[in-house]
Design a protein. Structure first.
Length: 443
């Protein structure tokens, strides 16, 4: 094999991602699964090999597509039977749970090949587990292959990685994964302890809009990798691009710089579904030095710290109110592990005709709760007067306010100019929450 041969192998399933959009917008159909990481390598002009699991009907088109991305060897690792490997996605921006559904997943079976993979010795294998047997697939790799595993999905427990009977150099873990959510100790030390039998050099915790953390096993050093927030077009595959970019730059730079550059590439991937534009963004960011990236900073808000920063919900949070926007926002804030204080729930919903004394007691309790919070998230549906008063109180107390005005019923000067952020877009409001609380935490 020549010196130009790829040193990076992608291993995982190929899916068809079908993103279902709002009425009037065009649905998105593209190859997903390990194809996302392949696009990341293409944007970096890095050749690679791929060992993929897919249904036979996808083999021809996937082979051609991967070859166009710079794939040197396209290896069918396994064949999917009983399922088309089509995934429907209902929330591509991941303001809350994305609602993945894999068609005919209960009928799915996989037949792996039984021959060693024809890849060069010492290859860096970036593995995205799927429905295939992970241990059997890894046994087909050269014995000196360096393993790097993204455990976002299809890994139930850390012991599944330890069962590979090989040391895993890098583990990528996402806060949205079931494995992380089920972890008894979600701190860096706790996660390293959970994966200690795999002996990773580095564990990278991807924390969505709150950035990532690079955790070195040898000295328990934790490096913050701030997120670069922008308008989210499609977040599917962002973590895969992060992992692929990190491994490319890890060969050229120290792990911290590799992590920073991976955050930029993954941010670029979230902001467009057009590959050529994605590559343009990546090339633009490549011109930044590491020092310039650090000066530009970003948003860093660790998962467990989000519970320490309280968010006051200013909204007509009543049982019989129009709850669509309120429930959507609550689901998003909960998904991202924020602690939301709900005055109507905590201090009570007063019935019509309540006494002046009851009104004043509840008013004071709500005011005290508001002043003890770090941010106010306002949803003034139906131009709710109480919500607008709470917005004013927060502004006067120098507490940042994010206004999610889904129907744009309150687009007036006092609300729009007084709030730290005003929008009818929940994705933008969520970004504002992360940015404002990240800044408040660092103040």
């Amino acid at each position: 094999m020549t010196s130009d041969a790829p040193h990076l192998l992608l291993m995982g399933e190929v899916f068809v991602d079908f993103t279902i959009t709002d009425p009037g917008a065009e649905n998105k159909l593209r190859l997903g699964g390990v194809a996302h990481a392949a696009r990341g390598l293409w944007a970096l002009d890095v050749p690679f090999d791929a060992a993929v699991v897919l249904p036979s009907y996808l083999e021809r088109v996937a082979h051609a597509y991967f070859t166009s991305l710079g794939c040197v060897k396209f290896i069918v690792l396994g064949t999917v039977d009983g399922s088309p490997n089509v995934t429907t996605i209902f929330d591509a921006t991941e303001v809350a749970d994305q609602g993945y559904e894999s068609l005919l997943r209960d009928e799915k079976s996989i037949r792996l090949i039984d021959a060693p993979l024809p890849v060069q010795p010492g290859v860096d294998a970036l593995i995205f587990p799927g429905s295939f047997d992970l241990a059997d697939a890894c046994s087909l790799l050269p014995t000196d292959a360096a393993l790097h595993v993204d455990v976002a999905y299809d890994v139930d427990r850390p012991s599944d990685i330890a069962a590979l009977s090989r040391r895993v150099e890098t583990i990528f873990l996402s806060t949205s994964s079931a494995l992380f959510i089920a972890a008894d100790d979600q701190t860096p030390a706790g996660l390293l302890k959970a994966f200690k039998d795999s002996e990773p050099d580095v564990l990278i915790l991807k924390e969505n809009r709150g950035g990532s953390r690079l955790i070195s096993a040898d000295a328990l050093q934790v490096k913050s990798l701030p997120a670069q927030l922008g308008t989210t077009v499609n977040s599917v595959g962002v973590g895969d691009v992060f992992a692929a970019t990190y491994l490319v730059h890890r060969r050229r730079n120290d792990p911290e710089e590799a992590g920073w550059r991976a955050t930029y590439a993954s941010a670029a991937y979230s902001q467009t579904t057009f590959p050529d534009l994605f590559k343009t963004y990546v090339k633009r960011d490549a011109r930044l030095s590491f020092a310039e990236m650090r000066e530009l900073a970003g948003t860093a808000l660790p998962w467990e710290r989000r519970q320490e920063l309280q968010i006051y919900l200013a909204a007509p949070d009543f049982q019989k109110a129009d709850r669509a926007a309120i429930d959507h926002a609550l689901a998003a804030l909960s998904y991202h592990n924020f602690r939301v204080r709900r005055p109507v729930v905590e201090n009570g919903e007063l019935p019509a005709g309540s006494s002046d004394a009851a009104l004043r007691i509840t008013y004071q309790a709500d005011c005290d709760l508001l002043r003890g919070c770090d941010l106010v998230f306002a949803i003034p549906t139906c131009r709710d007067p109480g919500t607008l008063v709470e917005v004013g109180l927060a502004i006067s107390a120098n507490i940042p306010v994010v206004v999610f005005d889904a129907a744009r019923e309150n687009a007036n000067t006092m609300v729009m100019a007084g709030a730290a952020h005003y929008s009818n877009n929940l994705d933008a409001c969520l970004n504002a929450v992360f940015s404002l609380l990240s800044a408040r935490r660092g103040a």
